[in-house]
Design a protein around this ligand. Structure first.
Ligand code: URA
Length: 436
């Protein structure tokens, strides 16, 4: 093959063969496809699209561009969850120990935050000592011993995605459903899972702003999973306001531990229990959603889920005493309560998740470029939710800050994010669709 022939074929609207796609995925790693040729093909795919078959082949070829973890010798069903990301989305921190306490193996490889969205690895790293960069043998050992391990992608897993994503990021080819689908699914399938649950978010704070686009992506990923022989279920969930009442790193770890103690906010628990419930069903640990709910409630009430969180922390080098003493976590110098101004009456009608994400970035808790350092201590807590009543002096949010000048900018953004109305706003359901 010659790269230029493959580029021309896609440019002119043709469907690529499995061998051509394989040559491309291998070529970006071994140099047979130069960066300029790879980006030309990515742009051609952006405009011309890919059939479900091409997308499945691309996913498979990308997955096989590096190490595919084989967990077949580990007893139990290996089930993971992936979220397309949002603000305050700390579901993984609750779901992984909860699912493990209910009998699943949860091999989770997560990412870091970029732009206004947070990343699981950054949140975990606010726990002193917690190591997310583990080798595959360490990952496997913890998975066997604890039932869950939460790590960053190892350099050996899906090198084609690392290369392609960095090219897409700077060439206007990120927002392309077959490419997003292959990027996400190749990484998840390389973890050695038997099945997968997806949280595809839509709305202001999500990667996909429009529900229709989220639905298309969800369908593409479910279909790609099926082509790989792995059952996949996707939930379509709203990301108009942050999930839960905390966003940042330390603040989200605390809220996650509170959830495992049975004191989580309703919206966060609703999404977490729905996703974990589908994992239990796919993994054969529950026969239906009612059974799954009973098992999850029991694991929370007995402390078994919290105990899994402790075990995971310890196994990954983290200080498990955080569970009982939040002061061990990095703490910001100051907490500033933002309250509703004089004259406010009625209900909260909007808490713009995107603006909240920007407020966290303004505080120093986000990353504009992959190499940026983040401050784990800063963030938001006690965030008011859509539909809650307000009067002058009602707390809207607590800012955790380390720098007064940054706090001013964050306060402006939070005040812009929160809107009021005189009547109760109509609420769309948080979970809007199940695709399987
Ligand atoms: N997340 C990924 O991992 N890949 C994409 O292409 C988009 C979001």
């Amino acid at each position: 093959f010659f790269p230029q022939d493959i580029i021309i074929k896609k440019r002119d609207g043709g469907a690529l063969t499995r061998d051509e796609i394989e040559f491309f995925a291998k070529g970006v790693v071994n140099g047979a496809f130069a960066d300029y040729q790879a980006t030309a093909l990515l742009m051609a795919v952006f405009w011309r699209g890919m059939t479900p078959q091409e997308t499945a082949w691309l996913t498979d070829a990308m997955m096989r561009s590096g190490e595919v973890i084989d967990l077949r010798d580990l007893p139990g069903a290996k089930v993971d969850k992936h979220s397309t990301g949002g603000v305050g989305d700390k579901v993984s921190l609750i779901l992984a120990p909860l699912a493990a306490a209910c009998g699943l193996k949860v091999p989770m490889m997560s990412g870091r935050g970029l732009g206004h969205t947070g990343g699981t690895l950054d949140k975990l790293e606010s726990i002193p000592g917690f190591k997310v960069q583990l080798s595959v043998p360490e990952f496997r050992a913890i998975l066997q011993q604890v039932g869950t391990a939460m790590i960053g992608q190892t350099p050996q897993v899906v090198p084609a995605d690392r290369k392609l994503y960095s090219l897409r990021d700077v060439t206007g080819t990120v927002e392309c459903i077959p490419l997003i689908c292959a990027s996400i699914m190749s990484k998840k399938l390389a973890e050695g899972i038997d099945s997968l649950v997806l949280d595809v978010k839509f709305g202001q704070g999500a990667f996909m702003k429009k529900k229709a686009d989220a639905l298309t992506l969800a369908r593409a990923m479910v279909e790609t999973g099926r082509a790989a022989g792995k059952p996949v279920r996707a939930l379509l969930t709203a990301m108009d306001q942050p999930l839960g009442r905390a966003a940042g790193h330390t603040t989200e770890v605390i809220e996650s531990i509170e959830c495992l103690k049975g004191r989580g906010p309703a919206d966060l628990m609703e999404v977490t229990l729905a996703l974990t419930g589908h994992m239990l069903i796919l993994g054969g640990a529950a026969k239906d959603m009612a059974d799954a709910q009973a098992k999850m409630q029991a694991a929370i009430a007995s402390g078994a889920a919290l105990q899994k969180f402790r075990e995971m922390c310890t196994a990954q080098g983290g200080d498990a005493r955080v569970v009982d003493d939040y002061a061990i976590l990095p703490t910001a110098k100051k907490q500033i309560a933002l309250t509703a101004p004089a004259g406010t009456r009625g209900f909260v009608s909007a808490v713009d998740a995107l603006k909240c994400g920007h407020a966290i970035m303004a505080l120093g808790g986000g990353r504009a470029a992959v190499t940026d350092k983040i401050d784990h201590a800063v963030g938001l807590a006690d965030l008011i939710k859509i539909g809650e009543p307000v009067a002058p002096g009602t707390r809207l949010c607590t800012l955790h800050v380390n720098d007064d000048a940054k706090a001013v900018r964050a306060e402006t953004l939070i005040r812009e994010a929160i809107e009021f109305s005189s009547s109760t706003p109509t609420r769309e359901p948080l979970i809007q669709d199940l695709i399987s």
